[in-house]
Design a protein around this ligand. Structure first.
Ligand SMILES: Nc1nc2c(ncn2[C@@H]2O[C@H](COP(=O)(O)OP(=O)(O)OP(=O)(O)O)[C@@H](O)[C@H]2O)c(=O)[nH]1
Ligand SMILES: [Mg+2]
Length: 497
């Protein structure tokens, strides 16, 4: 109790002292400032303005330095914005990416295709759904003359085809057949999914209650703001009461998925499709012939017409947005690939410099390598590549923390390096320095790789997290990089990037 009182008293006195010092300092500074100011006012104007300029310069320099050291910066704002992407956004992103060396062909192709469709003014209705639900059969039912591939074996449609359905008041309406999803080839799913995004209207075709995958697909389309018609095909397989139950269930599901669906946007139809029948001739011989079942698609035509009634402006607007997003995703994919390749180059070139540096040094040490110039440069380059511009303090902290973890990894790294060099006759035994150089190179390579993983995951440099990842993955990375790093030491000229 007593001690507590004394402690409080001491703290109180200390606080008082600090205040007294602060007030004294304040008075002192104010007095000197006023003194200087008075003298400056008495002197020639040139000196006054020169003084003010220098002081302002110093203040700005100090602020800049503090910001650089302390404040985190983000180079790019690839962030999600509230407003939807527009043409200017995506085009400027494409230009920037292209200038940095990213392959933007796929994203550009989307914009080109969109421009062509905008110019033609046509409306695309995409038939989308799982394999064998009867998408192609529906197109055939709507356009009996169309040459459409229909097959009882799922996966019969393997590319995108557009069929001209009709011409309404100057607008061409095209039906798009795409591969069914959920087949064996994942690539076909991608073709279908991309095409659905390019269309103004999607007809989601199922042939019964929605499966889990179908529900997921509908939810995704709704999230894309795609105008949709849910088409339950093959209704000839159900009697009237079964059909009524199925339709009610489909409406419930759509409601659960959060879609705003008018009742007439969910339709039950029958494309007909082909059926095999056995014909018995007069002579008693039997032959199997394929017959077309009668189609019943009237409600579908009504539903399509209703959606088209509103005019194409709104449909076009939504389609354009969906395509901009598609292009942005393709761009992001290309950027990801570019980063992977570029990061590999950065790590490789830094590791090679570390190995060469270690070979040249009389008594090399990992500290020089990791905390020194090469480590700082590699960290900064990798961060920049991922759009994270860390504070200088963060880089230093990350390298220090990593350095403190190197000690444990060094014996393993030396052992792995020694072992690997046995594959190069003479090298390992002739020079112990080479083994050390390879061991340091391996640690350095592991540092780069773990940093790459954390940057990819978090998008910024958090020193503690990154150093922790380095510690956890170091043995794995050492094993993975050994061949390449050993070659760098044995033949540094050849192993250049
Ligand atoms: N019973 C019945 N069968 C149908 C109907 N529509 C299509 N089929 C049959 O379903 C099978 C698949 O038809 P497709 O039109 O090729 O189906 P798809 O969705 O285009 O198939 P993929 O292109 O492979 O995804 C064929 O055997 C058709 O004859 C229908 O309304 N009723
Ligand atoms: Mg098909």
């Amino acid at each position: 109790m007593k001690l507590d009182k004394v402690l409080r008293l001491v703290i109180g006195l200390l606080v008082l002292l600090v205040f007294i010092i602060a007030i004294a300092a304040m008075l002192f500074v104010t007095e000197s400032a006023l003194n200087v100011w008075d003298r400056l006012l008495d002197g020639p104007r040139v000196i006054l303005w020169g003084y003010v300029t220098i002081m302002s310069g110093l203040v700005i320099a100090a602020i800049w330095l503090v910001m650089r050291l302390v404040v985190k910066r983000k180079i790019k704002t690839s962030s999600k914005r509230d407003r939807p992407l527009d043409k200017q956004d995506i085009e400027s992103r494409l230009r920037d990416a292209e200038n940095s060396g990213v392959k933007v062909v796929a994203a550009q192709a989307e914009l080109k295709e969109l421009a062509e469709r905008q110019q033609s003014g046509s409306i695309h209705l995409c038939f989308f759904g799982e394999i064998s639900t009867g998408k192609s059969s529906l197109i055939k039912a709507l356009i009996p003359d169309a040459d459409v591939a229909i097959n009882p074996v799922g996966g019969s449609t393997i590319d995108i085809r557009h069929y001209r359905w009709r011409f309404d008041s100057g607008t061409e309406i095209l039906l798009t057949d795409v591969p069914g999803t959920g087949g064996l080839e994942g690539e076909l799913d991608e073709i279908a999914v991309d095409e659905a995004r390019r269309a103004q209207l999607v007809l989601f075709v199922c042939d019964g209650d929605l499966t889990r995958n179908e529900s997921r697909a509908v939810r995704w389309l709704l999230a894309l703001e795609k105008p949709l018609i849910l088409v339950m095909n093959k209704s000839d397989r159900y009697n009237a009461s079964e059909q009524a139950v199925l339709m009610a269930r489909l409406l419930d599901r759509i409601e659960d998925l959060g879609g705003e669906f008018a009742r007439d946007q969910v339709v039950a139809v029958s494309a007909g499709g082909e059926t095999e029948v056995i014909e018995r001739r007069a002579d008693g011989a039997e032959t199997t012939v394929r017959r077309q079942r009668p189609a019943d698609i009237g409600v579908l035509v009504v539903a399509i017409n209703r959606l088209l009634e509103g005019g194409s402006v709104n449909l076009d607007l939504k389609r354009d947005r969906a395509v901009f997003r598609l292009a942005a995703e393709k761009l992001a994919e290309a950027e990801g690939e570019y980063r992977t390749v570029r990061a590999e180059q950065i790590i490789r070139s830094a590791t090679r410099r570390a190995v060469v540096g270690a070979l040249a040094a009389v008594s090399p040490g990992t500290d020089v390598i990791i905390q020194g110039y090469i480590g700082t440069l590699m960290t900064r380059e990798l961060c920049t590549l991922f759009g994270a511009a860390p504070r200088d303090l963060d880089i230093e902290e990350f390298l220090n923390l990593s350095q403190s973890r190197v000690g444990k990894a060094l014996p393993l790294s030396l052992a792995v390096a020694g072992n690997a060099l046995k594959a190069f006759p003479g090298v390992g035994t002739v020079a112990g320095g080479v083994v050390h150089a390879v061991a340091y190179g391996l640690i350095f390579d592991a540092l780069g790789r773990s940093l790459l993983l954390t940057l990819r995951e978090h998008g910024e440099l958090n020193p503690a997290t990154a150093a922790q990842a380095f510690e956890e993955g170091i043995s794995e990375h050492i094993e993975a990089g050994v061949r390449q790093v050993a070659r760098m030491a044995v033949d540094p000229e050849k192993e250049s990037d």
